[in-house]
Design a protein around this ligand. Structure first.
Ligand SMILES: [Zn+2]
Length: 133
């Protein structure tokens, strides 16, 4: 993600203050929306250590704080994280438009729209059929 967008995310969301962000610009809105919800509903319950693209999709590495034994709260926070990660499966990492999981010949997975298929010089990307997932 470009440094300008990273800076904006960190200024807008204290939850990301110490986070390392390692993904492309297309997931900016997903991350922004996620942080808004987290901060509105579960303020200071979680800090985000790392946001990254792993095996094609968005992953959050995080630490729970002050949730104690509140299992329901734990579950809701995990659901919010998981929902955001799942949305990234259909969101182009480059531009944020609707996209699909793509597998390159050298077995790397990306979420890209048709327009950004050749992004990262992987011109041989092929679509993963739904039934293979
Ligand atoms: Zn795209």
């Amino acid at each position: 993600m470009n440094s300008e967008l990273q800076e904006k995310l960190k200024l807008d969301h204290p939850i990301l203050l110490d986070a390392v962000i390692e993904c492309e610009d297309g997931w900016y809105k997903l991350i922004d929306k996620f942080c808004r919800k987290m901060e509105r509903k579960y303020k200071s319950a979680v800090s985000i250590n790392n946001i990254e693209q792993r095996t094609g999709t968005l992953r959050f590495v995080f630490t729970f704080h002050a949730v104690g034994n509140n299992l329901l709260k734990h579950t809701k926070i995990l659901k919010l994280i998981l929902d955001t990660e799942l949305k990234s499966e259909k969101t182009c990492e480059v531009c944020g438009k609707r996209a699909k999981l793509r597998l390159s010949d050298d077995k790397f997975v990306f979420v890209l729209c048709d327009k950004h298929l050749d992004w990262m010089k992987h011109e041989d990307l092929v679509e993963i059929e739904e039934h293979e997932l």
